[in-house]
Design a protein around this ligand. Structure first.
Ligand code: ATP
Ligand code: MG
Length: 357
């Protein structure tokens, strides 16, 4: 391999974001990790003034200029970068002077938010796994005696002379059936998924029609799709189920809006580069955001949203999100939630190609 290619490969695969700035304070190079971090393509950043790319509260250009003049680099910890529309990111960055064809500066950026996020994601994944194991073994244990109870109630009903008394055995039978349905749902959650190319926008459109029909036209779902997203390899029906569970929750939450507020759900798709889910790194992932302007997830539920049987609704079974999360997990992805009154976002992240093992 020629040395230039070797170095390009190396830079392309680093998780640290690297920017190169010339003496005129313009960006001359950035690696894919930097593109992913700043959410801007190389074509848009190269040639830009560094101050427009790294927007901070302090004077970045002046500190960089000093490095050029003195030849002494610096490390800045916990700097806040502003990334377009109201988004902020906390990073550490290191500036080092180099002489290439002329004087230049290397800027290495380590996002702190992303690191915090990865450890939180790992916690979600392991909590999810543990609770699923627990619930599944419990469900098995409930199923057997339940069959016995129901059978005995049926036998008893046959022996009973008065119809009034069979009302009681009917209650036992009906309640046993209801419990059995619940247990079946708990046990059926992690079915094996099929793997074929799935167009995520077809999935979203199916759910959109379903949810709009369920609300009798009282709710319109806005769409903001990135048409360039490649197909996901996965299970179409299961993905529909996952998106439907999240969207139904949003529709239910919007039922309680005060008068004068228009209920809104928004489907948004984007690609994410160099994304780490759990401890696996993926080059390209698809992000699906389902946003509603409802009252928000009750704060006491936020940490346990994906745990089975946790519900904030009187008639909820608390399984919708557990099932959605387990479907997305089987696609090697993850669902996470950010919520405040007026804006709740459920984000599904699904890798678009085989992970770097
Ligand atoms: N978009 C949302 N806005 C506000 N609260 C939400 C939203 N999505 C979920 N929740 C809260 O999270 C809880 C759990 O949701 P989940 O879908 O797992 O169960 P459920 O909707 O209660 O029951 P079901 O099994 O019928 O779906 C809900 O009961 C609700 O309180
Ligand atoms: Mg639900």
């Amino acid at each position: 391999m020629p040395p230039e290619m070797f170095h390009t490969r190396l830079l392309d695969n680093l998780t640290t974001a690297i920017l190169l700035v010339d003496a005129g304070m313009r960006v001359i190079y950035l690696n894919p990790a930097a593109e992913g971090l700043l959410e801007l393509s190389s074509a848009r950043i190269v040639g830009e003034e560094i101050e427009r790319v790294l927007q901070e509260d302090s004077d970045t250009a002046a500190s960089l200029q000093r490095v050029l003049e003195t030849g002494v680099g610096f490390t800045k910890r916990q700097a806040t970068l502003h990334l377009g529309v109201g988004k902020e990111m906390t990073v550490d960055y290191v500036v080092t002077p180099v002489t290439l064809e002329s004087e230049a500066l290397i800027i290495e950026i380590q996002p702190l938010d992303r690191l915090m996020r990865i450890s939180r994601e790992e916690a979600i994944l392991s909590a999810q796994h543990l609770s699923q194991l627990l619930v599944r073994s419990l469900a098995h244990e409930i199923k057997n005696p339940l069959g016995g109870l129901r059978g005995a109630a049926q036998l008893l009903a046959r022996e009973l002379a008065s119809e009034q008394l069979t009302d009681y055995t009917n209650v036992i039978i009906e309640e046993a059936d209801r419990l059995r349905n619940l247990v079946d749902r708990l046990l059926s959650a992690p079915r094996r998924i099929t793997r074929e190319p799935v167009n995520i926008h077809e999935v979203l459109e199916r759910v959109r029609h379903l949810v709009e029909a369920e609300s009798d036209g009282g709710l319109l779902i806005h769409r903001d799709y990135d048409p360039s997203i490649p197909e996901i390899i996965g299970d179409r029906e299961q993905l529909i189920q996952a998106v439907l569970n999240i969207s139904r929750n949003a529709r239910q939450a919007l039922g309680a809006l005060p008068a004068g507020v228009t209920p809104e759900i928004r489907f948004r798709t984007r690609t994410q580069r160099q994304f780490t889910i759990g401890n696996q790194r993926h080059r390209l992932a698809c992000q699906i955001d389902i946003t509603d302007n409802g009252p928000g997830v009750p704060p006491e539920l936020l940490d346990t949203l994906f745990v089975p049987m946790i519900s904030g609704r009187a008639d909820g079974t608390g399984l919708g999100l557990t099932i959605a999360q387990s479907i997305v997990n089987q696609h090697h992805g993850l669902i996470e939630c950010k919520s405040r009154p007026g804006m709740t976002v459920f984000s599904m992240l699904i890798p678009l190609e085989k992970s770097d093992d």
